[in-house]
Design a protein around this ligand. Structure first.
Ligand SMILES: NC(=O)c1ccc[n+]([C@@H]2O[C@H](COP(=O)([O-])OP(=O)(O)OC[C@H]3O[C@@H](n4cnc5c(N)ncnc54)[C@H](OP(=O)(O)O)[C@@H]3O)[C@@H](O)[C@H]2O)c1
Length: 332
């Protein structure tokens, strides 16, 4: 039988995680019993929210348990089936990543249509990433044509889709990213109206230069200095869709917040946080629209692929350092 390798949480990080916070475990791949399927994962998703689950704190998802297999989005191929609903060769999505193989009784896995897109697209543009961008921008940001959208971590998985949807709905889109290569990709290939490298140019200066008429919708992925600067440029009745604050995730101690929150009152802003899983009612609309945008080329999907489960911890650490363009995936 082939070997099944899994990644587990060895210890809880303080501040930035390291490879030492992860451990590997090997076991024989089990045989599926009655009603069960055996799945071989082919791609797994690497996500910033996992950093929060490494801490032993109460949140919207429970913390990872020490010395137990991590969880995360994955797509896999059915390799054996004793379940009438699944056939060998079917591709399924699940939350059972960070392992090469698993057994399921059919709960928690869903077939994906690989005639529409490659399996890995169901972890990026057609998966939770694309859905986060869709619901966060359209439902919380409520952009109208001609408005200016600013999105941070714009060359990442969610941010790059946010900007493209922003263009589809007729807005002016400005993004921030952490390298010149990312900035060029946003401007030259994704059609952003403007983008800047926040490691080279101050965020305040860049927003003054690139958003001369102010910001109507800020899609917040970063927090910290990005939030501080965006608040100073928000137009009256602007909306901030608070999706994530990755600049804060590795703080060993809480950092001081923005000192300009009075802008919320002065500019009559709406700031709303969201978690994509609360918006399942919008999934059919998302699948319809995103499928159409992908097939007519109005949305482009880009992934950064790291090979092999042994390199999954490095992929996660690389994501936190900004080594990805588009969605960070591990190919298993
Ligand atoms: N609310 C929800 O339901 C939901 C769902 C999915 C994701 N999220 C959140 O959405 C955000 C983006 O997630 P993603 O999966 O699309 O990840 P991602 O943007 O593909 O990857 C994270 C990116 O964050 C940037 N970054 C890291 N540290 C930074 C810092 N100190 N300042 C500025 N940028 C920094 C890096 O790019 P640079 O090179 O540009 O620095 C990195 O590539 C995260 O905050 C995540 O937690 C929320």
């Amino acid at each position: 039988m082939p070997n099944n390798r899994e990644v587990r949480l060895a210890s809880r990080p303080t501040g930035w995680p390291t490879e030492q916070n992860f451990e590997f475990a090997d076991s024989e791949v089990p045989e599926p019993g009655d009603g069960e399927v055996l799945v071989r994962n082919v791609f797994m998703s690497v996500d910033p929210y996992m950093r929060g689950r490494m801490n032993d704190v109460k949140s919207y998802t429970p913390p990872f348990a020490l010395h137990e297999t991590l969880q995360g989005g994955a797509v896999g191929r059915v390799e054996a089936s004793n379940n009438a609903s699944f056939s060998i060769g079917d591709y399924v999505s699940s939350n059972l990543g960070w392992r090469e193989w698993f057994i399921s009784d059919g709960r928690g896995i869903g077939k994906i249509d690989t005639t529409l897109a490659a399996p890995e697209a169901y972890l990026s543009v057609l998966g939770g990433t694309g859905f986060t961008a869709y619901v966060g921008l359209l439902d919380l940001g409520q952009p109208t044509p001609g408005e200016t959208i600013f999105v941070s971590a714009a060359a990442g998985a969610v941010g790059s889709i946010v900007g493209q949807i922003g263009k589809i709905v007729g807005c002016r889109v400005v993004g921030s990213a952490g390298s010149d290569a990312k900035v060029s990709w946003l401007r030259d290939e994704l059609g952003f109206d403007a983008a800047f490298n926040y490691k080279v140019e101050g965020i305040e200066d860049a927003l003054a230069r690139l958003c001369p008429d102010g910001i109507d919708v800020y899609f917040e992925n970063v927090g910290g200095d990005h939030l501080q600067a965006a608040l100073n440029h928000m137009n009256p009745f602007g909306r901030i869709a608070a999706c994530g604050m990755i600049s804060q995730y590795n703080n060993a101690t809480p950092q001081p917040g923005p000192n300009n929150l009075s802008a919320i009152v002065r500019q009559r802003l709406t700031i709303r946080g969201f978690i994509v899983s609360d918006h399942a009612d919008r999934r059919p609309d998302f699948v319809r629209d995103m499928s159409a945008w992908l097939s007519d080329g109005r949305v482009k999907d880009r992934v950064t692929i790291v090979e092999g489960i042994d390199n999954a911890p490095a992929a996660f650490l690389g994501l936190l350092r900004g080594e990805n363009i588009g969605k960070m995936l591990v190919k298993l």
